[in-house]
Design a protein around this ligand. Structure first.
Ligand SMILES: NC(=O)c1ccc[n+]([C@@H]2O[C@H](COP(=O)([O-])OP(=O)(O)OC[C@H]3O[C@@H](n4cnc5c(N)ncnc54)[C@H](O)[C@@H]3O)[C@@H](O)[C@H]2O)c1
Ligand SMILES: [Zn+2]
Ligand SMILES: [Zn+2]
Length: 337
């Protein structure tokens, strides 16, 4: 079977490899769609910390079951599935408390262990979810959307609250879509006006603010001087993450969905006078995936226009460099098999 291996920085190669064999508790699935995300791009460009090569990338997967033994989901060959790519240990303090998304020994498919850029892969049945009634494209974007859905669930966002989402990449867009789905009043902020237009068209946000144009004053104006009760930062930009403290309303919460390999600092009076809650949000759980599947099934998330670029498996390597360029305006690129 064919696989695409990231052999080193800037080196993707289509290779012939052995097919997986069926192991106890696992299913062999045939990959049909692979979503490409920032993680894959960073791995390819060598700016993904702790990344080791060679690695088969790909963690946003839509697949069809090829072979499986008796299993608790009654999965059979031919069933359409997605994979929860976060392999957790099941025993650590986080796993014991149901927070498998932040396992102390997390191994993410396509990051720490080989992922799904190949025709067949064997994965634990416990990490499969059936996606009957969804298209393959819809199935492939469940993972990135679940990241946003998790951040929204974690913040306990309620209908009628005002939420500010900073950063309008695929992750921030997912946060916006689920914040709207919850009935919040959503303000999107970015430095890129085209992405802000996408927030209005796709996520149906209520307001957009350019972060470079008197943003604090505009957010004050939009909230009657009170500021949002929840601020999500999905930029991956340290300065934005630190500045976000002063955009949170008193009694509110700040959720870091985006991450940065740096130390962050904040002014304690800004934090304390608000009695602010600061949260990290990492990955997603089965519950988040199930919520996203329901939302997609109900038609409230437009997956077709979220996918902006696509290529067949055999042509992906040639298109990868182009997808990295900001001018290509990629939101989500999908590979078809
Ligand atoms: N929580 C998780 O488990 C998880 C999972 C995947 C990705 N991430 C992280 O989420 C972040 C976003 O990922 P993405 O794929 O959407 O990235 P992206 O680069 O496509 O999007 C980031 C957006 O932030 C905007 N931005 C940058 N600096 C800004 C600033 N100062 N003010 C306002 N906007 C600014 C950019 O214009 C861009 O539109 C990254 O840090 C990524 O590592 C987190
Ligand atoms: Zn991803
Ligand atoms: Zn664990």
């Amino acid at each position: 079977m064919k696989a695409i291996v990231c052999e080193n920085i800037d080196q993707l190669r289509l290779v012939e490899t052995a097919e997986p064999t069926l192991a106890e508790g696992e299913a062999i699935i045939r990959i049909r769609r692979i979503g490409i995300c920032g993680t894959d791009m960073h791995a390819y460009k060598g700016n993904q910390p702790f990344f080791t090569y060679p690695r088969v990338l790909g963690h946003e997967l839509a697949a069809v079951v090829e072979a499986v033994g008796d299993n608790h989901l009654s999965l059979r060959p031919g069933d359409q599935v997605t994979v929860i790519p976060y392999m957790h240990c099941g025993e650590c303090i986080a796993c014991r408390h149901g927070k498998t998304n932040c396992c102390t020994d997390m191994k993410v498919l396509g990051v720490h262990i080989d992922g799904g850029m190949r025709e067949l892969i064997s994965v634990p049945v416990t990490h499969l979810i059936r996606t009957d009634g969804l298209t393959l494209d819809q199935t492939a974007v469940l993972e990135p959307l679940s990241i946003g859905a998790h951040a929204v669930r974690r913040s306990e966002l309620r209908a009628g609250e005002t939420a500010l989402v900073i950063g309008a990449g695929p992750i921030g867009l997912g946060v916006m879509a689920f914040a709207k789905h919850k009935g919040a009043n959503v303000i999107a902020m970015d430095i890129n006006d085209e992405r802000l237009a996408f927030c209005r068209d796709w996520a149906k946000v209520d307001h957009t603010v350019n972060a470079l144009e008197q943003a604090k004053e505009k957010i004050a104006e939009l909230t009657g001087g009170e500021f949002p009760t929840v601020v999500y930062d999905a930029t991956g930009n340290a300065r934005s993450m630190m500045n976000a403290f002063e955009l949170v309303g008193h009694g509110g919460r700040l959720v870091y969905v985006g991450l940065v390999k740096a130390d962050l600092s904040f002014n304690d009076p800004e934090f304390h006078k608000r009695e602010m809650t600061l949260m990290g949000s990492r990955n997603a759980t089965m519950e988040d995936f199930e919520g996203v599947i329901e939302a997609v099934r109900s038609g409230s998330i437009d997956v077709d226009s979220f996918i902006t670029h696509r290529a067949p498996f055999g042509e992906m390597i040639g298109r990868f460099e182009e997808w990295l360029k900001p001018e290509s305006k990629v939101i989500k690129a999908i590979v078809d098999l």
